[in-house]
Unconditional design. Structure first.
Length: 315
């Protein structure tokens, strides 16, 4: 064997090649070879210095990060003492809900799942920096509503997150409508409203899972939806008019929360809402951010109003 390999430590061609290629085991080197080896980018913390006294000492090495110990355990004991490299851990199972945690959605009156097409209330809390505020005074909110005050005035009486959300909605709405009013673009009613509804009717007619009476009833509901959404609008409409339809659809769907819309109509509403919003933001691109923020704020408002109105009975 070449003298190059007869060393008082593990440093040798085979070992160092394995180490440089990402070996999973630490190596033990003397001080002089440690200077040659340097630190591995991946396993630097695992490289340990040993001295010539290693063979003569039966004391286990102390685990100190700041400086190498003068005495180390024999190779066998060191191998047993060093940390093992296990396989990649499996994803931790989700924490089981406690009874109190399961009771929160029911107590707050929030739906189990929100349709994020109509806004993300949690994102609104972060974007508007109001997540750390109190929800608001539910009793003050109820009293204001019972006195005949508007939802906006009731929200101001409640304070907290609800008051800020109403303020932000008013602020962003003014900016959005100003931009939409200045636009000279137009949006085709046939493309954004009529065609999606006609496509839904064709799918109902061709459905093999529905009987004729069911088909007739579903088509009648779609016809009523078309009439109520269009409000007599024909041909081309302005982005501002299209935005009014978007708001109406959002309110009907309670901005993705609990609502009384039949399940078979919800996909149609979703298609109408998404198509109109895309058309408005394409016609007036600078409204995209305002539209997104408003959508999330409306969702947050719907959640908080429901929570405040149901808080007392679960207090």
């Amino acid at each position: 064997m070449s003298a190059h390999y007869r060393l008082d430590c593990d440093y040798g061609t085979a070992v160092i090649v394995c180490w440089e290629k990402g070996g999973t085991e630490p190596i033990y080197v003397c001080e002089s070879h440690a200077k040659q080896l340097g630190r591995s980018r991946e396993h630097g913390p695992e490289a340990r210095l040993i001295t010539a006294e290693t063979k003569q000492s039966d004391k286990p090495a102390a685990r100190e990060e700041s400086a190498p110990t003068k005495e180390a355990a024999p190779a066998k004991e060191a191998a047993q003492a060093k940390p093992k490299r296990a396989a990649l851990p499996k994803p931790a199972p989700s924490k089981p809900e406690t009874k109190s945690e399961r009771a929160v959605p029911a107590a707050s009156g929030r739906p189990a799942a929100r349709d994020l097409t109509f806004g993300n209330s949690a994102k609104a809390m972060v974007d508007e920096a109001i997540w750390n505020l109190s929800t608001g005074d539910f009793q003050a909110y109820r009293n204001a509503l019972q006195e005949g005050k508007s939802a906006n005035d009731a929200a101001q009486a409640a304070g907290g997150q609800l008051a800020v959300i109403h303020q932000k909605i008013n602020e962003y709405t003014v900016k959005l409508e100003a931009l939409l009013s200045e636009s000279k673009a137009t949006i085709k009613v046939e493309e954004t409203i009529d065609k999606p509804l006609e496509q839904a009717m064709l799918e109902i007619i061709g459905s093999g899972a529905m009987g004729e009476p069911e088909k007739d009833a579903a088509i009648q509901r779609l016809g009523a939806l078309q009439e109520s959404v269009k409000h007599g609008l024909q041909g081309e409409i302005t982005p501002l008019q299209a935005n009014q339809v978007i708001l109406e659809i959002g309110e009907r769907l309670n901005w993705g929360g609990s609502n009384e819309i039949p399940a078979e109509l919800k996909p149609v509403y979703r298609t109408l809402y998404g198509g109109l919003k895309t058309a408005v933001c394409s016609a007036v691109p600078e409204t995209q951010n305002l539209h997104d923020r408003l959508t999330n704020l409306y969702a947050a408002k719907a959640d908080l109003e429901r929570e405040l109105l149901t808080a007392k009975e679960f207090a």
